[in-house]
Structure formats: structure tokens, C-alpha cells
Design a protein around this ligand. Structure first.
Ligand SMILES: [Zn+2]
Length: 192
């Protein structure tokens, strides 16, 4: 899937998570950093390819991306598995604890979950594509939904643009229309 689809999927997954585990109140700083972490989580698995958005926007990023790709075993390998999820969960937790003294009012547990929700949404969305996802590495089998490969999405092609993206938009519209009060309640309990 393209980065745009992953961004929207990460936000959609976060909206669902908020409805299930809505905190009573949230600090503005936590909210903003959690939103950023969610979007980062949504594109992190693709740091295993030099064309990833992160590498495209960095000077010499292409070369760093290549190196990361090699380190992670190539595209759609470790970072696209439960093993990778565990690895990045561990690393992001370390990073957040390291950064916490700089932002003591931020609830890093919420930020961490927001990152993970974005990350998991990426793996779920990539499972809908023809290449599939090696969820159970080191077992090298790539899983996909639906199991019949020919019915899955080709990244960047019409099915993604005209079916997957509109469905994600529709899910968001439906979520906000049907749970408007919950989201407004949370917005009213954003504290500085
Ligand atoms: Zn991916």
C-alpha cells in the first residue's frame, strides 16, 4: 500500500481504539505527540525500502534506506512481521523513556500505544496486497487476505485508489457520525 493509504489506515485504527479505550481526559501535548506517533507507526514498517517517505525526505536518505533494508532482511521481511512488531515496540519504548525527561507531562504509555496501533494497521493493510505479509517469521510464509492472491490489491493501482481509500474514508465518516458525542466529549476533556 502507498504511504497515503497507510496514513489514513493508522488514523482509522486510532479512532477505533479511542472509541474502545477512550481516556477520561488527555493533555494537549499527549494528544499531539500521540497523533504524530500514530502516523509514524503507520509508515515505520516500510523503512525497509529506500523509497520509503522517511528516506525520500532525508538528504542521502536513499543510501540510509538501502542500509536499513539490508539490516532488516529486505522489503516485507522482519519489519513486516510479529517479530518486527516486538522489536519496534521494544525500541520505541526505550526511545520514549529516554525522551520522557524532556516532556515530563506527556503520557508516554498512550504515545507508545498510538505508535503500535499505527504499526499494526500497516501490517493489516499490507496483508490485503498481492505480496502478503510474513506475519510469523522466521516461518517464511507470506499471509494475505483474501487467501486467493489474485483477489488482493496491487499497491498504487486502481483497486487501492478507488476501493481501499474510499472504504477507509467511509469508515471514518461512519465512525465520526455514529460516535460524534464520544469524540466531542474527549475533545472537551483535552487539558493543557
Ligand atoms: Zn509495508
Amino acid at each position: 500500500m502507498t504511504a497515503r493509504t497507510h496514513d489514513l489506515a493508522a488514523a482509522t485504527a486510532l479512532a477505533v481504539a479511542v472509541l474502545v479505550w477512550a481516556p477520561e481526559s488527555i493533555r494537549l501535548s499527549t494528544l499531539l505527540i500521540a497523533l504524530l506517533a500514530n502516523q509514524l507507526g503507520g509508515i515505520t514498517p516500510d523503512i525497509d525500502q529506500p523509497t520509503a517517505p522517511l528516506w525520500r525526505n532525508l538528504p542521502e536518505g536513499h543510501f540510509i534506506g538501502k542500509a536499513f533494508g539490508k539490516l532488516l532482511g529486505g522489503h516485507r521481511f522482519i519489519s513486516h512481521s510479529l517479530l518486527g512488531l516486538g522489536l519496534f515496540a521494544y525500541l520505541s519504548n526505550l526511545l520514549l523513556h529516554f525522551l520522557h525527561p524532556l516532556m515530563p507531562h506527556v503520557d508516554i504509555r498512550l504515545v507508545w500505544w498510538s505508535f503500535l496501533i499505527g504499526y499494526i494497521s500497516h501490517l493489516v493493510m499490507d496483508s490485503l496486497t498481492k505480496e502478503g505479509v510474513p506475519w510469523l517469521l522466521p516461518i517464511p510464509f507470506k499471509f494475505g487476505v483474501p487467501p486467493l492472491r489474485s483477489l488482493r490489491v496491487t499497491t498504487g493501482k486502481a483497486m487501492e485508489t478507488f476501493v481501499v481509500l474510499p472504504v477507509l474514508v467511509a469508515i471514518n465518516v461512519w465512525l465520526f457520525a455514529n460516535h460524534y458525542a464520544t469524540f466531542i466529549h474527549l475533545l472537551h476533556h483535552v487539558v493543557s
